[in-house]
Design a protein around this ligand. Structure first.
Ligand code: SF4
Length: 303
């Protein structure tokens, strides 16, 4: 069974892998800064799309809701040239990468073909980070965020190039293709009710077969998106004033990305223990929610 990882988890390994390991053990520590960040992201989503609250009961519900969000996001992108909170799913080696891109927008880029300069439509990935401080982010924060942007780029690029398959969806949501009959409902009554799917329409939406068709259509739509621009943008926004404090525009770097992913996955496949921040970066520990339970800090105390 392949492991499923989120781009922000992998990117966090580039900040401190020990903190990622401790989050696995002790759970996420919520902070006012994180909560405010989520609210700002939600507001930005609501600027372009409507939120429908659904009741999730089964793996089928979770799968349907994810593909439905992809479908709705893609429809908006085709109409408006912009969408937010677009889910992606892709494979890297044996891991499945599942995440949500903050924004994609349609841009025009000049391409040189022979002696001609041709305007070409491209899709650009935009990540938004919120900050409590008005100061620009540190180089270490930028490095982590750049990695995250590149993982989104890789994932969406895989989907545009038809390298994500229907089977990846069944696998990631643990929907059993052998146990379930293709014509039986795999969505819960509660979920279908929250989506206002009428009784007589349930077979049309809720069977393995109909969800398979929806995945297929969505993958086809994604494959028709304009090619990805190699340039990724990260916008840093101040949480209180919502003003932009920094903008980073950079190119997808295949070599950096592949080496980084292979290094990150070594930890997940158990090939090595989590690494801590080095002496040079131990200032990060002063801002860490896992300080009191961190073995690296305990070791220092003993010394
Ligand atoms: S205290 Fe330092 S080494 Fe430990 S998890 Fe936090 S940042 Fe990493």
């Amino acid at each position: 069974m392949p492991i499923t990882l989120g781009p922000s988890t992998i990117a966090s390994q580039f900040w401190c892998e020990m903190a990622v390991d401790l989050r696995r053990k002790y759970g996420e520590v919520s902070t006012p800064e994180k909560e405010m960040g989520s609210e700002i992201h939600k507001d930005r989503f609501l600027e372009v799309l409507e939120e429908i609250v659904v009741e999730i009961k089964t793996p089928g519900d979770r799968l349907h809701s994810n593909v439905h969000n992809m479908k709705v996001g893609l429809e908006l992108y085709q109409k408006e040239g912009l969408t937010r909170e677009l889910p992606i799913l892709a494979k890297f080696d044996s891991a499945l990468i599942m995440g949500i891109i903050d924004e994609i927008k349609e841009i025009e880029e000049i391409e040189i073909q022979g002696k001609e300069r041709i305007k070409t439509k491209k899709t650009q990935i935009v990540e938004m980070k919120t900050r409590r401080s008005l100061n620009p982010p540190s180089s270490q924060q930028i490095l982590r965020d750049k990695m995250q942007g590149m993982i989104y780029w890789y994932g969406l690029n895989m989907m545009i190039n038809k390298q994500t398959e229907m089977g990846d969806f069944w696998q990631v949501y643990g929907v059993d293709l052998i146990e379930n009959d293709f014509n039986e409902l795999i969505l819960s009554e509660e979920y279908m009710e929250s989506l206002e799917i009428k009784k007589e329409k349930q077979k049309e939406y809720g069977t393995l077969l109909s969800i398979g068709n929806m995945i297929n259509d969505t993958l086809k739509t994604i494959s028709k998106l304009p090619e990805l621009s190699k340039h990724i943008e990260i916008i840093y926004i101040h949480q209180k004033t919502l003003t932009e404090v920094h903008r980073e525009k950079y190119k997808f770097d295949e070599r950096f990305f592949t080496r980084g992913m292979k290094w990150a996955l070594e930890y997940w496949s158990g090939k090595r223990e989590p690494s801590s921040v080095g002496e040079f970066n131990n200032w990060k520990c002063n801002f860490c929610s896992y300080y009191t339970v961190c073995p690296t800090i305990h070791k220092k105390w003993k010394e």
